[in-house]
Structure formats: C-alpha cells, structure tokens
Design a protein around this ligand. Sequence first.
Ligand code: PGA
Length: 256
Amino acid sequence: MAKGPVPLIAGNWKMNGLRKGAEAEIRKLARLALKPKKLHCELVICPPATLLLAMQGWLRTARADRRIALGGQDCHAAPSGAHTGDISAQMLKDAGASHVILGHSERRQDHGETDATVAAKVAAAHAAKLTAIVCVGETLAEREDGQAEAVVARQIAASLPEGSRAGNTVIAYEPVWAIGTGRTPAPVDVARMHDRIRAILSERFRDGELFRILYGGSVKPGNAPDLLRIANVDGALVGGASLVAADFWGIARVRA
Ligand code: PGA
C-alpha cells in the first residue's frame, strides 16, 4: 500500500439509534476494534446528538475511547444564541465529539444548505477544535449531464473556509445517487473523482496532499476492499452499514 494519510473510517448513523440497542452495538464494536494490537486507521462514529454523551461513557468503560472517536452530524455556525433546535460545535465538543459531518447531501437537500452555509459551519467547527468531515457529491442528473467534476470542484472551493488544513478537515466524496441505494460508481469513476479532488486540494492548500478524501455511498463489507484500494481513497463514510457493528468492522478491517 502506498504511504499516505492515515485512513479514516467514519460511521454516519443519521437519525437512527436509541440508547438500548445502541449500547449493545457500540460494545460489540469496541470489542472488535480492541482486538488488533495496533489500529492502522482511525474510527469515528457519528451518532445522533442525543447519544453522544452516553456513547462516550460506553466507550470509556469498554476502554475503547482511544480507538473509536465520536462525531456529530451537523452544527450551527454560531457558538451559542437564539437558535431553537440547533446545536453548536462547542456543544458537540462538550458532549464528547472530536469530529462533525458537515454539508451532507441530506442536509443540503432537506435543509437548503448552500456551500456558503457549509463554509460557515466548517469555520465554526474549526473554532471549536473539531475536525470537519465535509461532504460533496453530484446528483444523478448532474452526472448524466457530464457536470460531476465541475459540481464537486465548486462545492470544495466554496465549502472550505480559510484555515482549513489536513489536520482539521476531511473531504467525503458521496455521489448523491449512491447514498442508501446499493449503487456505487465504477472504480474508475471513483478514482478519477478522487484524483481530481486531490488536485484541487493541492492547488489551494500547502498540505493538500495530506487531506483525507473519503468515499461514501453504499459502502458495505463486500465492496469495501475494491473501493478502499483505489489511490486517493483514504477511507470511507459509511451510512447504513455503520449501524451494525459487524458490518462496520467488516469495512474498517480492510484498512485496520
Ligand atoms: P449509505 O450512506 O452508506 O447508507 O449509502 C452514506 C452516507 O450518507 O454518508
């Protein structure tokens, strides 16, 4: 394997998980992740915010908190204030998170988030010393129209604020049409997009070579080996398969 950034395997639980089932799953994952002497990848689970504190406790009692980090799924751009229902980056940090997913296509679609909104949130995450996992990706219509690379280039340019660097920012390329559908792009298309993203990052940032670029969209234990061996794929953002410890570990172990 070519030397590059330490791979990151992140689980996005989305709006799933209650304390009862979650505890059993996280304990299973802790056991699996503690097996290897040393992990060669970083693991992050991003549960709903309601579970962050409890999960931090479960990981600590399992002595797996050094192996499995926690993340939020969104944050507000402001540190505090009159924003009913929102959560700030500082609050996520306070609840045990070290990461936060920002600009996921479900937020861009369901909540009308623009690149500018995302950039403001990423800046807030950085200010709170959280690592931002910034999602980009084209819709099926955009891909069929030959616009995939242009869309992703625009999203990266406009969603990353000044101050972004490899140490506080991760890119997740998630083609919208691959999320939750069981469909994935051909490896050659993943390779082309990740190369393009690397070039964009290297052009703009001095440490562009070191940013992690994750692939996301229907990653499963079965397709993970093929996806994770592609150059410039530095890990995965996993939705559905992250809800089951054995499946998530089945993906992570490819790079563990
Ligand atoms: P999926 O979701 O793995 O269920 O396709 C990925 C994501 O939305 O991050």
